[in-house]
Design a protein around this ligand. Structure first.
Ligand SMILES: [Zn+2]
Length: 317
C-alpha cells in the first residue's frame, strides 16, 4: 500500500516539472519575441542618403499623399483622409520642410483632399494645383466645401490643370498627361478626373496616377513615346479597375508603389493587379506592409534606389 502511495505523488511531481518547463519555455519565447519586435521598431527609422530627386509615398492608411523634392523645391500630391493630416505635417517638418512650392490635389475624393485644409494651414504654400473637373462630377461633400474654403483663405496662387500642361519643380519637369477635356472625351467618374503626373529628372521617370482607372488610362495611350517608368505610383490603391494590361505595356514600370490601408474594406490591392504588375517588375511595394516608400535619384552618379520603412522618424537630407 505504502509503495503504491509513494509512486503516485512522484508521478504527479514529474508531471508538474514537465508542465513548469513548458510554461517557462513559452514565457521565455514570448519575452524574446517582444524584445526583438521592440528592437525592430526602434531600428526602423531610416536616414535617407542625399539625392537631388526624391519621391516619398507616405504611409497614410487608405488614401494617398506623395512628397516630391527636386533640388530642394517641394511638391505634395494629395493629403489623404483628414485623420492623417498630423502624420503628413509631422513627416514634412521632420524632413525639414516648412514651406511647399506646390500643393496638388489629383481629384476631389476625401482620401485625397481630406487633410488639405489642415496641411495648408500648417505649411505655407506658394501654388495650389488641382484638376479641371466637369461641373456634373463636382462633389457636394462637407470635405469639398472645406477644401474650397481653405483655398480661398490661403491667399496662395491657384491653378487648375489638364492634359498637355506642365511646370518646373527645381530641375524636374512635371507633365500633366491627363485628364483630357477635349470634346471627344467623356469622363464618367470622378476618379477619372485624376491629374496623372509624369515627372522627369535627368534620366529618371516617375509617374503618379492618382485614382485613374482604365477609362483614363486609355487617354494616355495616344502618346506613343516609349516609356520606361522607373517608379510608378499605381492608380487607385491597386484596385482591379486600374492598371489595365494596355496601360502597363505602355508604361513598362520598373518599380511600383501602392498606397493603401492595412486590412482595408475595399480589398486593395487586388490580387489580379499584383499579378499583372509581377509581369513587369519584382519591385512592388505596398504602404500597408512596407511603410513609407521612397524613390531616390542621385543625378551625379545616376543611381536610382528605393528605400522603405518608417522614414518619418529618420533625420534626412
Ligand atoms: Zn483614392
Amino acid at each position: 500500500m505504502r509503495r503504491k502511495n509513494d509512486s503516485m505523488p512522484h508521478k504527479i511531481r514529474t508531471k508538474n516539472v514537465v508542465l513548469y518547463c513548458i510554461v517557462v519555455t513559452i514565457l521565455f519565447a514570448v519575452a524574446l519575441y517582444s524584445a526583438r519586435m521592440s528592437m525592430q521598431q526602434k531600428n526602423s527609422s531610416i536616414a535617407l542618403p542625399d539625392a537631388e530627386f526624391q519621391v516619398h509615398v507616405l504611409d497614410v492608411g487608405q488614401g494617398d499623399s506623395i512628397l516630391v523634392i527636386a533640388d530642394g523645391q517641394t511638391m505634395l500630391v494629395d493629403t489623404a483622409e483628414s485623420d492623417q493630416a498630423d502624420t503628413i505635417i509631422s513627416y514634412l517638418k521632420e524632413h525639414g520642410i516648412t514651406e511647399l512650392d506646390y500643393l496638388v490635389s489629383t481629384h476631389f475624393h476625401a482620401d485625397h483632399i481630406g487633410g488639405f485644409a489642415q496641411v495648408l494651414e500648417a505649411i505655407p504654400t506658394k501654388v495650389i494645383i488641382d484638376s479641371e473637373c466637369p461641373d456634373s462630377l463636382l462633389p457636394t461633400t462637407k470635405t469639398f466645401e472645406r477644401y474650397l474654403d481653405a483655398i480661398e483663405q490661403s491667399g496662395a496662387e491657384y491653378r487648375t490643370m489638364q492634359a498637355k500642361e506642365n511646370f518646373a519643380l527645381g530641375g524636374a519637369q512635371v507633365n500633366v498627361l491627363a485628364p483630357d477635356h477635349n470634346d471627344d472625351v467623356k469622363i464618367s467618374n470622378i476618379n477619372n478626373t485624376s491629374l496623372v503626373l509624369d515627372i522627369r529628372y535627368g534620366d529618371a521617370q516617375v509617374m503618379l496616377m492618382g485614382d485613374a482607372e482604365e477609362e483614363e488610362e486609355r487617354q494616355l495611350l495616344a502618346d506613343s513615346e516609349n516609356h520606361e517608368v522607373d517608379f510608378l505610383k499605381v492608380g487607385h490603391h491597386g484596385s482591379d479597375s486600374s492598371s489595365s494590361e494596355m496601360f502597363l505595356q505602355w508604361a513598362q514600370p520598373k518599380a511600383a508603389a501602392i498606397s493603401c490601408g492595412v486590412n482595408n474594406s475595399y480589398g486593395h490591392p487586388a490580387q489580379v493587379t499584383l499579378d499583372k504588375l509581377a509581369n513587369y517588375t519584382d519591385d512592388v511595394y505596398i504602404t500597408a506592409q512596407d511603410g513609407d516608400i521612397v524613390f531616390l535619384y542621385d543625378a551625379d552618379t545616376g543611381t536610382k534606389q528605393i528605400i522603405t520603412g518608417s522614414t518619418a522618424q529618420g533625420d534626412t537630407q
